[in-house]
Design a protein around this ligand. Structure first.
Ligand code: ARG
Length: 463
């Protein structure tokens, strides 16, 4: 009988499991950073087991001190990962066994890696989100103090990237601070939403020894338990929400980065980045490139990619735990790292950047006061729709003469409407235009100061 042809991939097998599959399956290389959450979760679990007499108090104490030693080894960089340590959960349990002996085998009673990993991730993200929140608040306070210091600087405000109306530079800065404040509030709400306990759900069907889940929740600082075991082991909405949050926050960072890239060009020259946040060209000696800002803009794509990638992995998973869920960690870690770095770099750029108020002011032109000219007539009782038209005609008159809007005389303007009088000359002041916008939320000094106060109060309350 002819020998069966060897499988093309057969040579790779040396034992029962393809070593490539081992590596493919393992998550230890990335989930080891949850070692702290894993140890803390296990310590609480050991206490809950003893509370229900599933293990004795002596056994609990052995487990707790063993887990504390495992944690210490990680903290001191002494933990040695060995072959077979598939993930952080198996690695820690293996090491616990080496340290405390067979009692380690009691720790996992009624627990599954399914409820364990879901708990670890929530604990890890809760901590990490607090760090990110602190960076975000630091960034907001950098912007607020800059806005306060540079309150008198005026610049063109843009729509469609066309000069529109004069504004305060501080008003521009604060527009970004408000976006970040909303991001901070969203993150706080998100933390509160996901701060609920999956542990005590078993693999999927629930805990067999009636463990006290409310005790576990209290021990681990969760505000409540998750009320359905199937849901508890498979819910990763908190990862999806965090990734969306991170993407949106990066969009905000990317947008101010784009503004500042434009403002730092030779054509604008409104701002100049500190050397610490720029780099040169290897070929052109004169170049100073805003690499920090370009990276921030670029990294927004990376974080969005993490979100969309995870959503694709998440969407088709049948009920409860499936290994696809292991794909939740790298995007979460990467987004968290990218956010931490990006927020700190943005704060660094914004606190060290130079501005050129004369250049900003020189970029203002009288046509930017065309709306003010219309408003002048409104004050004289002319309906706004008409005044808009009249002011447009004045702009055209000035353009036809190749002159500036402010060079039109009262006589010129009177040909357009009889209500123009000598006091129209007062319209040609950028400062007045700005100060006229003193409704809350406007660009007048009083409105900008009020914004600064509001943000300062919020920062002091939440810090
Ligand atoms: N490393 C796994 C993960 O990250 C832990 C859960 C494993 N559960 C299982 N049933 N294989 O998702």
């Amino acid at each position: 009988m002819a020998e069966a042809p060897k499988k093309l991939w057969g040579g790779r097998f040396s034992g029962a499991v393809d070593p490539l599959m081992d590596a493919f399956n393992a998550s230890i290389n990335f989930d080891k950073r949850m070692y702290g959450a894993d140890c803390i979760g296990s310590i609480a679990y050991a206490k809950a087991l003893a509370k229900n007499n599933i293990i004795s108090e002596t056994e609990r104490d052995q487990l707790v001190s063993g887990l504390e030693s495992v944690m210490k080894e990680w903290e001191e960089g002494k933990f040695v990962i060995v072959a077979g340590d598939e993930d952080i959960h198996t690695a820690n349990e293996r090491r616990l066994g080496e340290l405390v002996g067979s009692v380690a085998g009691k720790l996992h009673t009624g627990r599954s890696r399914n409820d364990q990993v879901a708990t670890d991730m929530r604990l890890w993200l809760r901590d990490e989100a607090q760090t990110i929140l602190a960076h975000l608040k630091e960034l907001i306070s950098v912007v607020v103090s800059r806005a306060e210091k540079e309150l008198d600087v005026i610049m063109p405000g843009y729509t469609h990237l066309q000069r529109a109306q004069p504004i305060r530079w501080s008003h521009f800065l604060l527009s970004h601070a408000w976006l970040w404040q909303a991001d901070a509030q969203r993150l706080e709400q998100l933390i509160d939403r996901f701060n609920v306990l999956p542990l005590g759900s078993g693999a999927l069907a629930g805990h067999v020894f009636n463990i006290d889940r409310h005790f576990l929740a209290k021990e681990l600082g969760f505000r409540d338990i998750i009320n359905n075991s199937l849901y508890a082991v498979s819910d990763r909405d908190f990862v999806a929400e965090f990734l969306f949050w991170a993407s949106l926050t990066m969009v905000h960072i990317s947008r101010i980065a784009e503004d500042l890239i434009i403002y730092s060009t030779g054509e604008f020259a409104f701002v100049k980045l500190a050397d610490a946040y720029s780099t040169g060209s290897s070929l052109m000696p004169q170049k100073k490139n805003p690499d920090s800002l370009e990276l921030l803009r670029g990294k927004s794509g990376r974080v969005f990619g993490s979100m969309s990638g995870f959503m694709m992995s998440y969407k088709g998973i049948p009920s409860t735990y499936n290994k696809d869920l292991q794909e939740d960690k790298e995007p979460m870690f990467d987004a968290a790292d990218t956010l931490s770095g990006s927020l700190q770099i943005t704060a660094g750029v914004l606190s060290t950047m130079n501005i050129f108020p004369e250049k900003m002011k020189a970029s203002l032109s009288a046509d930017m006061l065309a709306t003010d000219l219309a408003e002048y007539l409104v004050r004289k009782g002319v309906p706004f729709r008409e005044t808009h038209h009249i002011s447009g005609a004045a702009v055209k008159m000035a353009e036809d003469r190749n002159g500036s809007l402010s060079d039109l005389t009262v006589e010129d303007l009177k040909t357009l409407h009889p209500s123009f009088e000598a006091d129209v000359s007062k319209v040609w002041s950028f400062e007045t235009s700005i100060e006229n916008r003193n409704t809350p939320g406007g660009t007048a000094k009083s409105s900008v100061l009020a914004q600064i106060e509001l943000l300062k109060t919020w920062l002091s309350k939440t810090n």
